[in-house]
Each structure stands twice: as C-alpha cells, then as structure tokens.
Design a protein around this ligand. Structure first.
Ligand SMILES: Cc1cc2nc3c(=O)[nH]c(=O)nc-3n(C[C@H](O)[C@H](O)[C@H](O)COP(=O)(O)OP(=O)(O)OC[C@H]3O[C@@H](n4cnc5c(N)ncnc54)[C@H](O)[C@@H]3O)c2cc1C
Length: 269
C-alpha cells in the first residue's frame, strides 16, 4: 500500500488536558500497531498535516494523541468534536528502545507537552513492571495549569517514583510537589549509572541541560535517549525537510541516542 495514503480515522473522545492542550482518543479501521515513541501525520484535506506523537499505547482498538494548539493544523484539530473524522498516516519513525530498557533502571524526564510521547512508555512499563528495574519520572511544566495527565498521577505514584515540578506555583495550597527546574530533581533520584537508561523529551534547551546532568551522573551517552522535533512534510524520509548530517528525524528518529545526535549542526544537544 502507498505509505503516503492517509487513512480515515474517527475522534471518539476529547479531553482538555492543560492550557491549549487536549487529548484526542482516535480509532482507525485498518490494522494499526504503534510502538511507544512513534508518531503519526494527522491532517485534513485543504488544511495540511502535522507530525504528532502517539500519547498512548493501543487500547480497545484506539490510541491517543495529546496536542497543543499552536498553528494551522493543530488549531483546526482544536475545533473538532467527538465523532468528527480526520486523516492519519503512520505510525512512523523509530520509538523508544523498550527491549534495551528491559531489566534496567529507567529514568524518564519530560518537560511540558514532552510528556505525551513518554506516556506510552509509562503504560508499557506499568503493564509489565517486573520486566524493568526501578522507574522514575521527573516531569516539569511552567505551572500547575500546564501539567498533563494529572488524573493518572495517583496510579503512577503508586507504582513508580514520580517527581513533578513547576517553574512557578499559581496556588500554593493546591501544589504538593516541587518548585524548580527538572535538572535540580536529578539529585533526588538514586541513579545507578551502570544500569540506568534515560528517556528524555521536552523543549530542546531543557533536553540540553538534562543530558549534561545525566552525563555528570555518569550515564553513558549511548544510554541516554532523546525525542527530537523538526519540521517535516512527508514523515517517510522522502522530502528531506528534517534531514541533518545524513539523519532523517522522521525515519531514523524521532528517538535518538544522545551519542547519535550530540553536536548536530542545528541542534542544541
Ligand atoms: C516527531 C514529532 C512529534 C510531535 N509530537 C507532538 C505532540 O505529541 N503534540 C504536539 O502538540 N506537538 C507535537 N509535535 C509538534 C507539532 O508537529 C507542531 O506543533 C505542528 O507541526 C504544528 O503544526 P501547525 O500546522 O498547527 O502549526 P504551524 O501553522 O505550522 O505553526 C507552528 C508554529 O511554527 C511557526 N512556523 C510556521 N512555519 C514555520 C517555518 N517554516 N519555520 C519555522 N517556524 C514556523 C508558526 O509561527 C507557529 O508558531 C511533534 C513534532 C514532531 C516532529
């Protein structure tokens, strides 16, 4: 089948998540087997397409996308309702190295909407916790209104070590977690460097400092994974928009080891 042919999909549910951010539950008629960290091209004829990470594993034939409305396509999606149709191409790209993470301690670090592509890995871990060592999630957002998936925190807290943090608190009485940068929380996690694998997703400036912190904690460059965002049109390494130094973010990534992408000419890592 033509890999560029979009498939019809149906919006089954829409949940407001944070300021300008919604989670869409989507069903698709064709067989669809996404891996944590992969993305879809979502779009509508006449509007355009945008790459969006899967924010859940497949459940009851559905999957989630968590989308921040920032422009043409995402703004269009923001106006859709339950039962509306959209078009999906995917799943594309190389996701998180789940197999490699088995048996290891896992350190998940996310900033803002960067928690979306981390959520399927949390769900995978929770579904077979015994396959992994200790699991910690450090998650930072601008303020508590911008924290995603708060209704899932209770379950996560019961089963993994959760370290939420915000840059500033709007209501001190309601916020029981940390205030400050995600990098400051690295000191709170007991890191056993030789058996730790780290998955990082967020604004690139955040990932830059997080990677530095992880390296200072002696985690190997090949055990630090980041998910990169670049402008892309096709999603299948044809258009070349997202290509850097011979790497296509759409096909070789979006998940790369730090070792693969440190020093990319356009990058901050
Ligand atoms: C692999 C991958 C996964 C992603 N996953 C998610 C996700 O899970 N959730 C999510 O919310 N987002 C995600 N994104 C980001 C998302 O793809 C973009 O926000 C989206 O492309 C915006 O599309 P748009 O048409 O709505 O915005 P656009 O209309 O394209 O505008 C978006 C912003 O970019 C600016 N802009 C427009 N054109 C250009 C240009 N040529 N050069 C520079 N800046 C420009 C605009 O001014 C605006 O500020 C992901 C991106 C990638 C690459």
């Amino acid at each position: 089948m033509n890999p560029l042919r979009p498939l019809r999909a149906l919006i089954k549910d829409i949940r407001p998540e944070a300021e300008g951010v919604k989670t869409y539950t989507i069903s698709i008629e064709s067989s669809f087997v996404p891996a944590p960290g992969q993305f879809n091209m979502l779009g509508f004829p006449g509007v355009g397409e945008a790459p969006i990470s899967l924010s859940s594993i497949l459940y009851n034939g559905c999957f989630d996308h968590t989308i921040k409305s920032v422009g043409r396509v995402t703004g269009f999606l923001d106006n859709l309702k339950n039962g509306d149709g959209i078009f999906v191409r995917g799943p594309y790209g190389r996701g998180w190295p789940v197999k490699e993470a088995e048996g290891m301690d896992i350190l998940l670090i996310a900033g803002g909407v960067g928690l979306a592509p981390i959520r399927p890995i949390i769900q995978t871990i929770l579904s077979r916790k015994k396959s992994f060592g200790s699991v910690s999630l450090i998650y930072g957002a601008r303020d508590e209104k911008n924290i995603l998936y708060t209704d899932e925190f209770k379950e996560w807290e019961d089963r993994i070590s959760l370290y939420p943090t915000v840059d500033e608190v709007l209501d001190k009485k309601m916020w029981k977690y940390n205030v400050g940068l995600v990098t400051e929380l690295l000191d709170k996690v007991k890191i056993r460097a030789e058996r730790t694998i780290a998955f990082v997703c967020g604004p690139e400036i955040m990932m830059r400092f997080v990677c530095r912190g992880l390296l200072m904690n002696r985690i190997s460059q090949s055990k630090i994974y980041v998910s990169l965002e670049r402008r892309m049109k096709c999603g299948i390494a044809q258009c070349g928009h997202c290509q850097h130094n011979g790497l296509f973010v759409c096909k070789d990534g979006p998940v790369f080891s730090y070792k693969e992408v440190k020093g990319l000419p356009d990058g901050m890592l």
